[in-house]
Design a protein around this ligand. Structure first.
Ligand SMILES: Nc1ncnc2c1ncn2[C@@H]1O[C@H](COP(=O)(O)OP(=O)(O)OP(=O)(O)O)[C@@H](O)[C@H]1O
Length: 667
């Protein structure tokens, strides 16, 4: 009877909050995750299995004829191998530090088409790329490769990363089990079952003494809100409103209360941003993550570095030296049996090394008040089996996939999520999964299900000129934002060394190509677009800014279309000093800022077809990257007719900015 009553209450709650049946919701998430995974495997497999290694190399996914020139032992007993090819610079490639790679013995040149990879011959060995130099790359392997690597020739393939999918999938399974056994924590009852989030009543304790006295009222309010939340709270931080600054204070206040905090973000850079700002506070903190993926400035805080300097370090140093000495001997000896014995010795030594390091790692992680890692990193053994956490703080939560966020949320009974759902959502590669809503985040769901009461807004921005901010505030944030006095009226011409010109004395500039016969084109890949005429205007406008004294490093050019980014990159490189001007996609520029931003919108056609420019969050990100100046280069006729939101942008620029007809610009 009691169970029936509980069930009725639950279903009422679910109806009220619009939450679906949690089991069905999790099953749906699992199927979307599988779709995304299948899509990525398919892309990798298509690349790896259907292309000859030379074509793969041309696409930057493979490096051929790489010879191992040295091996040594790194932390965790990992084998670090250096690969070079005749000391000549590596060909252009898309591999980055932190990528998972597979090595396959043989040069690969002229190898059979299907050799190597997912459904061809398996990679000899998988590792993580830890260092990238002009002529050399270093890869970390878990164990010795039987027979050794030195002197042999390999090709190196970039691989899809399985671990992140496995961890998301594990998190979903763990939650399904909690649903089935009726053991969801109050936090997950809020997140999945529609239970209303609760907040402690304000009391004297909430008159918190802030560590950072410079926080503005909305930031202080957010800190107090986070302390009062019993299960969860959202901190909504529009562009430049000091989200990271606020999170740092939230964490310090939790620690002051004796709480143990897990801090996560979807990317390494989002975690390192917090590590950098938290480090001066001298909290006992530890950053978990492969040192290859961590910002150099944050290395001191990493587990690996702390492990080197801890008491346990001395215990493992001699074992490491012994392993390295054996490796040298293996390289020199001609006797097969001696080599075999040495390999066996090294295997035993590595086991011992791992065991000792395990104890030291546990002591370091359990001793820290604040543990920081990516959301995915929170699924590793080091976090899952650590001393329990009291709260999880997640930055950039609006850039994280739902199952990815669950990984970290499973580690604590309370969660604070910060982000801005009015900027771009997480990247989903599979179009089908996107269409089915895989971009929706935990932050979105909480807001949708529980309304504004679960959220606090940071309302003062420290980045943009007022007229840039006012467009964004009105179009995206219900007019609730304001500018801090220090930035409100800042123009380019107020910077030292910059002349006052029509361009530098305005914060908004529209270069209008309407009626100029400047049309868009479809790029070779059949998907992306470019606009040659706009690219020429970008170049001309850039020259004008540089001539007025604006530093190249203070300017960025962004476009929603990769085809246009590539075209502009090649044109800008030709300009003197142009290499210091950053050129990138809007999506790649989220989270960044520059004094001046030039945006090329590309679309210009008689049908007023504006494609994915309609996504208001993309234009919001583009325009709010600028501190003092935004120059929008576009065809106002196409843009205005294409979509009401875009029409609003045009109207704003016409009303509040300067307008320069494209004809008046000469390159
Ligand atoms: N209370 C404050 N007083 C003065 N400056 C501040 C304050 N809060 C934040 N700032 C400054 O504003 C800038 C943006 O802050 P922060 O990086 O924390 O913002 P964010 O919201 O995380 O940024 P993003 O829009 O990139 O997500 C920084 O230069 C920071 O020092």
């Amino acid at each position: 009877m009691a169970a029936a009553t509980n069930a009725t209450v639950k279903s009422d709650l679910q109806k009220k909050s619009g939450v679906r049946d949690p089991a069905a919701h999790l099953a749906r998430m699992a199927s979307l995750l599988a779709l995304e995974r299948a899509y990525e495997i398919d892309q990798t497999r298509t690349n790896i299995a259907h292309l000859a290694p030379t074509s793969l190399q041309k696409r930057g996914l493979c490096l051929l004829s790489m010879r191992v020139t040295a091996t040594r032992t790194g932390l965790g007993g990992k084998v670090l191998a250096e690969f070079e090819r005749d000391s000549s610079p590596l060909p252009p490639h898309s591999m980055r530090v932190g990528d998972v790679v597979g090595i396959i013995e043989g040069s690969g040149k002229g190898a059979a088409k299907k050799k190597g990879g997912d459904d061809g011959e398996p990679a000899s060995c998988e590792g993580v790329l830890t260092k990238l130099e002009e002529t050399r790359i270093t890869i970390a392997f878990k164990d010795d490769n039987e027979g050794g690597l030195e002197g042999k020739v390999f090709r190196i393939n970039k691989l899809a990363n399985d671990i992140s999918y496995a961890r998301m999938s594990d998190a979903l399974s763990a939650l399904q089990t909690h649903v089935e056994t009726n053991t969801l924590s109050p936090l997950f009852q809020v997140l999945l079952e529609g239970r209303e989030p609760s907040f402690r009543a304000p009391d004297d304790e909430d008159e918190l003494q802030m560590f950072n006295e410079n926080l503005n009222d909305s930031q202080k309010n957010a800190v107090v809100f986070a302390q009062r939340a019993q299960e969860c709270a959202l901190i909504h931080g529009p562009p430049g409103t000091g989200k990271t600054e606020t999170i740092v204070e939230v964490i310090r206040q939790f620690v002051k209360k004796g709480m143990r905090v897990l801090v996560c973000g979807p990317s390494n850079i989002s975690v390192d941003n917090i590590v950098e700002r938290l480090a001066p506070s001298r909290l006992s903190l530890i950053r978990i993550g492969h040192p290859a993926r961590v910002l150099p400035a944050c290395l001191e805080a990493t587990l690996d570095v702390q492990l080197k300097t801890s008491d346990a370090a001395a215990l493992v140093l001699d074992i490491r030296a012994e392993i390295d000495a054996n490796l040298k001997k293996i390289g020199k000896t001609k006797s097969r049996s001696e080599r075999k014995t040495l390999w066996q010795q090294n295997r035993d030594l590595r086991k011992d090394l791992k065991q000792r390091e395990k104890g030291a790692i546990r002591a370091l992680i359990d001793g820290a008040n604040v543990v920081l890692c990516t959301l995915n990193g929170a699924g590793g053994k080091n976090v899952r089996f650590a001393r329990p956490f009291d709260v999880a703080v997640i930055d950039e939560a609006t850039q994280a996939l739902e199952p990815e966020t669950w990984i970290a949320l499973l580690q604590a009974p309370k969660a604070i999520l910060a982000g801005d759902h009015k900027q771009l959502p997480p990247t989903v590669k599979c179009p089908d999964a996107t269409a089915k809503g895989f971009e929706r985040t935990v932050f979105d769901n909480l807001l949708h299900n529980h309304g504004e009461g679960v959220k606090v807004l940071l309302d003062t921005q420290y980045r943009m000129h007022d007229s840039i901010m006012n467009w964004s505030s009105g179009a995206m944030y219900e007019g609730l934002l304001k500018s801090h006095d220090a930035v409100r009226q800042r123009l380019l011409c107020d910077l030292a060394g910059i002349q006052k010109t029509d361009e530098t004395a305005t914060s908004l500039m529209l270069v209008d190509t309407a009626g100029c016969d400047i049309w868009e084109n479809v790029a070779e890949d059949g998907e992306s677009r470019y606009n040659q005429g706009e690219a020429a205007l970008v170049q001309a406008y850039l020259k004008t800014l540089l001539a007025a004294g604006v530093r190249a490093a203070d300017i960025a050019i962004i476009s929603p279309y990769n085809g246009q980014v590539a075209l502009i990159k090649s044109m800008v490189r030709e300009l003197e000093g142009g290499e210091l001007v950053e050129v990138g996609s809007v999506d790649g520029f989220q989270g960044r800022e520059k004094e001046a931003i030039i945006i090329s919108l590309v679309r210009s056609n008689p049908d007023a077809n504006v494609g994915f420019l309609k996504e208001s969050r993309r234009l919001n990100v583009a325009i709010t990257r600028a501190k003092r100046h935004v120059c929008l280069i576009c065809d106002s006729e196409t843009i205005e007719r294409g979509d009401p939101f875009l029409k609003g942008i045009m109207e704003w620029f016409f009303e509040h900015g300067e307008v320069l007809p494209a004809q008046s610009i000469t390159s």
